[in-house]
Design a protein around this ligand. Structure first.
Ligand code: SAH
Ligand code: TYD
Ligand code: ZN
Length: 409
């Protein structure tokens, strides 16, 4: 039963609890085997605000426990994502950054996947990211990075040093930040009067429609939708002027935000809001169906893996994603069911997954010899990975996917 628990981080409204995944580890805390036992856990539960409809977590993990020098995520691991961000940067260069001496700031620039294109075009830019490991990769490419958290104080300091930003861009980061009020005050301090704040993020509508329950983990503090983002930014003197679907991470949205009254609001924004209302995305009832679907996926996945193992079949995981923390820990999948996970990220290899302690190995190990089945945790990169690992299926191997339901390819 849904229960009112605590108050909204944005507006102070009452939160109704919708989903509860129990105790979970910090999702990107891939650890060395000798550090097992020394991990941080929290209670992963999601609620919806009765006033502003923002979907958000009920417990906040301290930011230093999630981000920092050891943060292992590297955006550039996916060729599809590299192409996506090249195109995004190029479009901004040709539109918002076409004036004299333009300046762009990126919040959560990671390994420079987006700013690399901007930097090569000779445009003034600054990435802001507290995670020194990926920031060093960006700096090696010649991208300018401030290793810090973006928040109101750092934004004011950037404005004082570099002047106003024509574009503030952020992908898959703003939703990670519980203190989003400070982010928006920072954007207010830094953005040029006619500038735009462009935000890309996973879309709540897809999460609910396609049962993407593993998109819920510590870092995804908020799950954005068009209506809730519009409501959020309006509290800080901004307006959502454009919303566009983008084909990444299983379904995402690009939100373009400007100072209120500065630019025309597109019809697409109104259309998405109407669609979301028809879907019931702003109401706790929609999560009852989602909750039931999540439980049946858990049962079906564990039954399938257990049956295959009982038949003597070999199974390995593919893609040590942050999402996999929710899957393995919520479903109780450990190394008895999945002995290891292949992943191309060098800093994850040799470590084990948080909570479930499944070893991570290089993808070269996938073919030596191929397993009977591969559980695809990186389902959002399915086309790219299945193309790369074409021989696996050609030689009789099968992929197991668990969204939108458990199925074998
Ligand atoms: N934009 C990239 C990276 C997303 S991962 C992409 O879409 O692939 C999220 C990134 O946000 C991490 O690199 C993390 O270090 C960074 N981050 C977390 N809190 C932040 C903050 N307050 N300011 C800036 N970056 C932050
Ligand atoms: P991703 O799904 O992008 O993000 P998240 O951690 O937020 O869930 O993570 C993809 C993981 O899969 C990442 O660790 C890199 C790995 N990967 C491969 O091993 N091979 C590949 O071809 C690709 C595209 C990703
Ligand atoms: Zn609220």
């Amino acid at each position: 039963m849904a229960q009112a628990t605590s108050s909204c981080r944005i507006c102070g409204g009452v939160l109704t609890e919708c989903l509860d995944f129990g105790t979970q580890p910090v999702s990107n805390a891939f650890l060395r085997p000798e550090h097992i036992g020394n991990e941080k856990y929290f209670h992963l539960a999601v609620g919806i605000c009765g006033t502003c409809a923002m979907v958000q977590q009920l417990e906040e993990v301290p930011r230093e426990d999630m981000f920092g020098f050891d943060y292992p995520y590297r955006s550039c691991m996916s060729a599809w994502m590299r192409k996506h961000f090249q195109q995004t940067a190029q479009a901004l260069i040709e539109t918002e950054l076409a004036g004299a001496d333009p300046f762009i700031v990126e919040i959560g620039s990671n390994d420079g996947i987006m700013l690399d294109t901007v930097s090569q075009a000779g445009i003034r830019h600054l990435g802001v990211d507290p995670s020194g490991g990926p920031a060093a990769v960006a700096q090696d490419k010649g991208v300018g990075i401030l290793v810090d958290y973006f928040e109101e104080s750092s934004a004011r300091a950037i404005r004082a040093k570099h002047g106003p930003a024509d574009v503030i861009f952020s992908a898959n980061t703003i939703s990670h930040i519980a203190y989003i009020d400070s982010i928006l005050r920072g954007v207010d301090a830094l953005l040029a009067d006619n500038g735009v704040f462009v935000v890309e993020d996973r879309y709540l509508g897809d999460v609910v429609e396609h049962n993407y329950f593993d998109q819920i983990y510590d870092e995804h503090f908020y799950l954005f939708a068009v209506h809730s983002v519009g409501e959020l930014v309006s509290r800080f003197g901004f307006e959502l002027i454009e919303a566009e679907r983008i084909p990444v991470h299983g379904g995402a949205m690009r939100y373009t935000i400007a100072r209120s009254g500065r630019r025309k609001v597109s019809q697409a924004v109104r259309d998405f809001v109407a669609k979301e209302s028809a879907m019931g995305l702003d109401h706790p009832a929609v999560y009852e169906h989602f909750r039931a679907e999540i439980k049946s996926i858990r049962v079906a996945l564990v039954d399938l893996l257990t049956d295959l193992r009982a038949q003597g079949k070999s199974i390995v995981g593919y893609g040590a994603t942050s999402k996999s923390a929710t899957v393995t820990n919520y479903c109780g999948i450990d190394r008895d069911l999945v002995p290891y996970i292949c992943d191309s990220t060098p800093v994850k290899q040799g470590r084990v997954t948080p909570g479930s302690h499944i070893p991570i190995v290089p993808p070269e190990q996938f073919s030596g010899p191929y397993p009977d089945y591969a559980l695809l945790f990186a389902w959002n990169h399915a086309d790219e990975i299945m193309a790369k690992e074409r021989r696996f299926r050609e030689t009789g191997g099968k992929w197991i996917l668990y969204v939108p339901n458990v199925h074998i390819i």
